[in-house]
Design a protein around this ligand. Structure first.
Ligand code: HEC
Length: 241
């Protein structure tokens, strides 16, 4: 019997596989765009960096969001003395007993032009709860959100890798490299998820997250393109006869 390869699969099967692989390809690009737009912006700068991973999972335990902003993009909004006064109050725990009349008035004077109920996209600083929320230290991802995202990620993505790998298993490829390529995405998926937990505990593990994501994207990409090429390019189809 003729060896079963992608190149000599029946047309209908090749069409199903191709549709699946193309959809996965678009999905991968969407996932990449989504990561850039959420995690990529975590440090306030465009593009994914180690800092983004650290802010997303470990948090920024050096200080609160409000302190970061008052020393960053909101620096020009109030004179130094006022900003210092706000930062001191935030560091001391933003005591509600001190909110009225002093801090309420200060926030109303310097911040409420933009941070008010009318501007729904910005936190409303005429209300204590919203200010208080910004003064809490940033603890990064919570354990409950990590468990939720981890199991969805492991279950969901391993299915994608299984089908991509199962299709690629019929490609003509060096046997050893074929085995390496089908295993790699699973290994990096575990590294990736593990790295979120490690980064939550220590910021030094953030690079593992980037390596994990990069590793399985590359392995999946190679399998995807090889499979598509061998199903349709005449070069591969002729040699299989
Ligand atoms: C001229 C309008 C304007 C004024 C005045 C202003 N802000 Fe902002 N603020 C913004 C905008 C726009 C953003 C969103 C962009 C950013 O984060 O830099 C923002 C974001 C923030 C954030 C982050 C909110 C979040 O959900 O991540 C904090 C905290 C903040 N401002 C604090 C202040 C404080 C405190 C003051 C008063 C000293 C102030 N801002 C005055 C326009 C303003």
């Amino acid at each position: 019997m003729k060896e079963l390869t992608l190149a000599n699969f029946p047309l209908a099967l090749r069409v199903v596989f191709t549709s699946f692989l193309l959809t996965i390809g678009v999905g991968l690009m969407m996932a990449g765009a989504q990561i850039m737009m959420t995690h990529g912006m975590a440090d306030g700068k465009v593009g994914l960096s180690l800092d983004d991973v650290v802010y997303s999972y470990y948090g920024n335990k050096e200080g609160s969001k409000i302190e970061g902003k008052l020393n960053g993009s909101m620096q020009a909004m109030a004179p130094d003395a006022v900003r210092l006064d706000m930062i001191k109050w935030a560091r001391a725990g933003a005591d509600e007993a001190q909110w009225e009349p002093h801090y309420k008035a200060v926030f109303a004077q310097y911040c409420a032009v933009c941070h008010s109920a009318e501007q729904t996209s910005l936190p409303n600083f005429t209300q204590y709860e919203n200010v208080k929320h910004m003064t809490e230290t940033d603890e990064g991802a919570s354990f409950s959100s990590l468990t939720r995202v981890s199991h969805i990620h492991l279950f969901g993505i391993s299915f994608i890798f299984m089908f991509v790998g199962a299709i690629f298993a019929f490609a003509r490829f060096n046997q050893l490299w074929k085995l390496v390529l089908v295993v790699t995405p699973f290994a990096f998926l575990i590294v990736d998820v593990l790295s979120w937990w490690l980064t939550k505990l220590h910021p030094g593990f953030a690079w593992l997250t980037i390596i994990g994501g990069f590793g399985y994207s590359v392995a999946a990409g190679i399998m995807l393109f090889t499979s598509l090429a061998q199903m349709w390019l005449p070069r591969f189809r002729n040699t299989s006869e």
